[in-house]
Ligand binder design. Structure first.
Ligand code: SIN
Length: 557
């Protein structure tokens, strides 16, 4: 068993009594679909402060192209959606959470369209549905072709204007969640422009901070996705599970741009195929669903072929889709590629895998609750267990909607029962030994991203993972420093999250879903378990938990 990883409880010194404070009923951190939809619901009755470290529109939801999966088509059913989700999750899905996702999903999606007026594509009077990797039926709804995420965000932000009880605070970096006597009482944060600290005091906090793709050199995630929510939650006492399962998207546009532009899987749903440099299809005979196999299968095959052929990319051949259909169905991809000199109606698209989605995160029960009273997590930062070892395409926006709705219900119920009263006069302060070391943040960050890509990416081995661990250990005194700027705080969060991924990947001596160990290439039945991390006074350590017991309150640490 690994030694304990020392991480500080709070990253900065503070004394709440001397800081400016705002009061509300709920703080929501993050402005993607999970954060916005939760905030909008709760604000119907309670005062909500929505905080985001950049502007409202900078988040992974806005970049999402493909769509939202839900069983709405004739001949489809929640049972089939359930089957595809757990098959893709390779034995690690929490079935109760998956049933909730697939049964409540259709109603949440229709409600969202109705409430926001988002312009989803239609065929006649029905929603147009397409297929993506791992889906046995066409069930992915999409908006304005390949602009599903931005259309959703636009619809949700329009609704913000009508909410008297909701205030939005952009450019506000949440440094830590405040916990007093086991109960979450708000957040400590920094005004990004001024570099000043303040706090928001509330009876509940929802972390909906999104993903962590920026830990890797090549990613589809926007710059804000540095894993902050996972690190903040872990420091506050929440649990982190399944973080070794980092999903790489097979088809990111292979150009030196950051983040990499996504070439939606929906293109393969419409008939595009992945080919090598000689135009040969690489997925034929590899999986019954061929190019629409689950992402882990497609990525593993791409990496195999690229290694054998000594190439750093492959191609997406779109010649099977008529040019007019391509332009109409994928207007943004068409335009972006054209600006880069690639006319997708006439030439194949260069693609390679890029870090895309964290299947794990902060452990929650089916009401979005973490073990810290009053602290919820929702969306990519959370681990409800619906994704298991690999997320099914287009289940992520759906997860944010379904569990955001449940968080709002749970919060309302508990407030009415008098369980989550607003905090009063919270006397928290924090002091620790300060250290002063010269540190080149940019260099350290670049080194971390390269190492994570090379050694903790699609193919992993003990040797590479130990190298990554050595690097993190050698530079661990970064966590002793106190930064009054987001770049330093972000890097500290990235170190903590990277360390958890590395330790989990080292422990998991098998290959399952998105986690592939070259030295343990098969699935091992005894590893059909979650790896769960938690912090105590002595540091962070992990245990393993059986499937069906992820959010088990009985577990003894
Ligand atoms: C895509 O459009 O390929 C991305 C959808 C997803 O990540 O679920």
């Amino acid at each position: 068993m690994m030694t304990q990883i020392p991480i500080p409880r709070y990253l900065l010194d503070f004394d709440l009594e001397s800081l400016p404070a705002r009061h509300c009923d709920m703080v929501v951190v993050g402005s993607g679909v999970a954060g916005l939809s939760t905030a909008l619901r709760v604000a119907r009755r309670y005062r909500v402060c929505l905080l985001t470290k950049s502007s409202l529109t900078v988040n992974a939801t806005t970049a999402a192209q493909g769509g939202i999966a839900s069983a709405l088509a004739p001949g489809d059913s929640p049972e089939l959606h359930f089957r595809d989700t757990v098959e893709t999750g390779r034995g690690l899905c929490e079935e109760e959470a998956v049933w909730i996702l697939v049964r409540e999903g259709p109603e949440r999606l229709l409600e969202l369209i109705e409430e926001t007026g988002a312009d989803f594509d239609r065929e006649g009077d029905r929603l147009a549905l397409t297929t993506e990797g791992g889906h046995s039926r066409a069930r992915v709804a999409h908006a304005r072709g390949d602009a599903t995420g931005s259309e959703l965000e636009a619809g949700l932000t329009r609704r913000l204007l009508y909410q008297k009880r909701l205030s939005v605070h952009e450019d506000y970096f949440v440094v830590d969640v405040l916990v007093d006597q086991g109960r979450c009482v708000g957040v400590l944060g920094m005004d990004v422009e001024k570099g000043t600290l303040s706090c928001f005091l509330s009876s509940a906090v929802v972390l909906a901070t999104g993903g962590l793709g920026q830990l890797f050199l090549v990613t589809t995630n926007p710059w804000i996705c540095t894993g902050d929510g996972v690190a903040v939650g872990l420091r506050a006492g929440a649990e982190v599970a399944d973080l070794e399962f980092i999903q790489f998207h097979p088809t990111a546009l292979h150009l030196p741009e950051s983040p990499r532009w996504l070439i939606s899987e929906a293109m393969r749903g419409e008939g595009a195929v992945i080919v090598d440099h000689r135009g040969r299809r690489i997925m034929k005979g590899v999986h019954p669903l061929e190019d629409l196999a689950p992402r882990d299968v497609v990525v593993a095959q791409m990496v195999r072929v690229m290694k054998e052929q000594d190439e750093d990319h492959l191609f997406l051949d779109t010649s099977g889709i008529p040019p007019e259909r391509l332009k109409e169905r994928f207007p943004n991809i068409y335009q972006h590629c054209l600006e880069a000199g690639i006319d997708i109606t006439r030439m194949p698209i260069p693609v390679s895998p890029a870090a895309h989605y964290a299947s794990g995160g902060l452990v929650t029960d089916v009401w979005g609750k973490t073990p810290v009273q009053g602290l919820y997590a929702c969306g990519e930062v959370a681990c409800t267990g619906v994704h298991g070892a690999n997320r099914l395409a287009s289940n992520s926006l759906l997860e944010g909607l379904v569990f955001g709705h449940r968080i709002a219900q749970d919060f309302g119920r508990r407030r009415e029962a008098g369980e989550l009263e607003p905090p009063r006069g919270v006397p928290i302060s924090h002091r620790r030994k300060k250290r002063d070391l010269p540190v080149d943040l940019q260099l350290l960050r670049a080194h971390l991203q390269q190492l994570m890509m090379d050694d903790v990416g699609v193919r992993r081995s003990r040797e590479g993972l130990e190298e990554a661990r050595d690097f993190l250990e050698e530079n661990w005194d970064l966590l002793d420093l106190q930064f009054l700027n987001p770049a330093g705080l972000e890097l500290q969060n990235m170190f903590i999250v990277a360390r958890v991924i590395v330790e989990a990947a080292l422990a998991r001596e098998e290959s399952r879903g998105c986690h592939f160990r070259t030295d343990f290439p098969g699935e091992a039945e005894h590893w059909r378990r979650h790896i769960v991390f938690r912090r105590s006074e002595e540091g962070v350590r992990f245990c393993t938990r059986g499937v069906g017991e992820l959010a088990s309150p009985e577990y003894e640490w």
